[in-house]
Write a protein that binds this ligand. Structure first.
Ligand code: E4P
Length: 218
């Protein structure tokens, strides 16, 4: 399973990259705004800064909702770096844009997926990734993991190469359960990724080993 980090924070991206397990980055307009990135030039420069840190795909989201606007933005974003993947919302114009971008060999991430039908349409249009938002479904008392399972079955039934990129991840159990289901990628905040390291028996065991090592390590 690939690990992406879901942030536009450069320090956190660097920390995840340095850990050696990072396969890519996802961003969205809210994450960019959270970092105080305003103005088109600054946004493009920030994407470049992310690409310079990470070895892997970097999702950059379009903000147009018409096809021509999405294609124009995609063209500009692709010029930044070959790592850029164009993130497009699952609306009718988004599907049209994904189809056109795919035919030009441009990779896409279809975002804001909340149903398996939406994921199926995105796969048919040729999306490289679909991003089901499991945490936001959990937030409204709907089983987000169930959506990942449904999409996995559908894609496997027909051999779609579109990768399932589980998004809106809230914690380590989301990551583990996505891995059990067979999501291709999980994008998560840094704290959810590093939480996978933690176990009290590891801490206790290491403390004991270090204490005992003093007996022979003189
Ligand atoms: C990633 O591609 C999504 O934009 C992101 O995971 C959304 O997460 P949130 O529900 O925590 O905002």
């Amino acid at each position: 399973m690939k690990f992406f980090i879901d942030t536009a924070n450069l320090a956190q991206i660097k920390e995840a990259q340095d850990l050696g397990v990072l396969d890519g980055v996802t961003t969205n307009p809210s994450l960019m705004a959270k970092e105080g990135i305003v103005g088109k030039d600054n946004v493009l420069a920030h994407y470049k800064a992310i690409c310079d840190i990470v070895d892997g795909d970097v999702s950059a989201e379009v903000i147009s909702t018409d096809v021509d606007g999405m294609l124009k933005e995609a063209e500009e974003l692709c010029k930044i770096d070959p790592k850029i993947v164009i993130k497009v919302p699952i609306i009718a114009n988004g599907i049209k844009a994904i189809k056109k971008l795919t035919s030009k060999g441009i990779r896409t991430n279809c975002t804001l997926i909340f149903s398996s039908g939406q994921a199926l349409l995105a796969a048919k249009a040729g999306a490289t990734y679909v991003s089901p938002f499991l945490g936001r479904l959990d937030d409204v008392s709907t089983d987000g993991l169930n959506l990942i399972e449904e999409i996995r079955i559908i894609f496997d039934n027909y051999g779609y190469q579109t990768e399932i990129l589980a998004a809106s991840v809230r914690g380590p159990m989301h990551i583990i359960n996505c891995a059990k289901i067979g999501a291709d990628v999980v994008t998560a905040p840094l704290n959810a990724i590093t939480a996978l390291l933690n176990h009290p028996l590891t801490d206790k065991g290491l403390a004991q080993f270090l204490e005992d090592s003093k007996k022979f390590n003189v």
